[in-house]
Design a protein around this ligand. Structure first.
Ligand SMILES: CCCCC/C=C/C(=O)SCCNC(=O)CCNC(=O)[C@H](O)C(C)(C)COP(=O)(O)OP(=O)(O)OC[C@H]1O[C@@H](n2cnc3c(N)ncnc32)[C@H](O)[C@@H]1OP(=O)(O)O
Length: 304
């Protein structure tokens, strides 16, 4: 069965609009009828992600809660896209802070088991879900702040890079980067473009070729994250940053964001099917499967 209808059905079941049908959300300041008590906090939670929207500030707190390491499985990615779309369509929501409930881990990146020993249909469905997540997050009209409270390799780093602002816990044991080369795989052009847009071409090229994972202080020096704060201050700082960004008129900020990101988003939208085919061809290669299996074994050995 083709992958597109499967994801479309998953999303349709949730009542979420596909990206292309999303209404513009300029000037969506929270609407609070005068004289009423402050709007309450609204929450929704599914298996892997918990979301709480404070209607008085217009800010949602999104927390990854998928043990052991918040790996981005197909189910996780689908829940993530659905949660983003719900917030995007909620007139009360203007910004989202993304963080993790798992100690020491923001996200361990794409779930390697989704890319190992599966069939072509599965790879296609999985990759479409990765694309969908990125298109929604990178193309979001909301202010997005990543509060990176742990390690954040590869796909985890992509999530942070796709936000408008990154604050990381100052613990040097936490690292972040696009380390795909270390796994013997290659980050696709839109991971690379997102990275280049944050740190510039030279730093991105060196870091990608070496598959570097940068400890927090180095990530700050490279501009991969915008600031470091003590872990206990992370959410407080993220809220302060959010308030500063939300002080601007939505329409001006959103049009500026769109101007900065449009070329990169349009590139993937125009080449989505080709990108899925490339992923399937690449990941199905026996040599790549072997590299991934060896990497998983290495992770397990490291434990024992
Ligand atoms: C081909 C086109 C390009 C595709 C682009 C790819 C993007 C990606 O995101 S690829 C994934 C890259 N991710 C990584 O390299 C991270 C690997 N993981 C780690 O480095 C560590 O696990 C950690 C730093 C995230 C956490 O370390 P620690 O707290 O010591 O936990 P463990 O290493 O013991 O892991 C616990 C458990 O989770 C399994 N696991 C870890 N990461 C993943 C993952 N990305 N996918 C699936 N499973 C993962 C790990 O194997 C352990 O499993 P068990 O041994 O069964 O408990």
């Amino acid at each position: 069965m083709a992958a597109a209808p499967i994801l479309a059905r998953r999303i349709a079941r949730s009542g979420v609009l596909p990206l292309c049908c999303r209404p513009p959300s300029w000037d969506r300041a929270p609407r609070q009828p005068p004289g009423l008590p402050l709007a309450p906090c609204r929450a929704f939670s599914n298996n892997k992600i918990q979301v709480e929207l404070d209607e008085s500030s217009g800010v949602a707190m999104m927390k990854f809660k998928s043990p052991p390491v918040n790996s981005l499985s197909l189910d996780f990615l689908t829940e993530f896209s659905i949660s983003l779309e719900k917030l995007e369509n909620d007139r009360a929501c203007r910004g989202v802070i993304i963080t993790s409930t798992i100690p020491k881990i923001f996200s361990s990146g794409l779930d390697i088991m989704e890319m190992c020993g599966k069939n072509v249909e599965h790879y296609g469905e999985f990759w479409r879900a990765v694309q969908e997540m990125w298109l929604r997050l990178y193309g979001s009209n909301m202010v997005t702040v990543a509060a990176v409270n742990g390690s954040s390799p590869a796909g985890g780093c992509l999530i942070a890079l796709s936000c408008d602002y990154r604050i990381m816990a100052e613990n040097p044991k936490f690292s972040i980067g696009l380390n795909e080369a270390q796994l013997g795989i290659v980050a696709p052009f839109w991971f690379k473009d997102t990275f280049v847009n944050v740190v510039g071409h030279r730093i991105a090229e060196r870091s990608l070729q070496l598959g570097s994972l940068h400890p927090a202080p180095e990530a700050l020096k490279l501009g991969l994250v915008d600031e470091l704060v003590p872990e206990e201050k992370l959410l407080e700082k993220a809220s302060a940053v959010m308030a500063r960004w939300l002080a601007l008129p939505d329409h001006a900020r959103q049009l500026t964001k769109s101007m900065m990101r449009k070329a990169v988003l349009d590139h993937l939208v125009a080449h989505r099917e080709e990108d899925i085919k490339n992923f399937i061809n690449f990941i199905s290669k026996e040599s790549i499967q072997k590299s991934l299996r060896m990497y998983m074994e290495m992770l397990k050995k490291k434990k024992s």
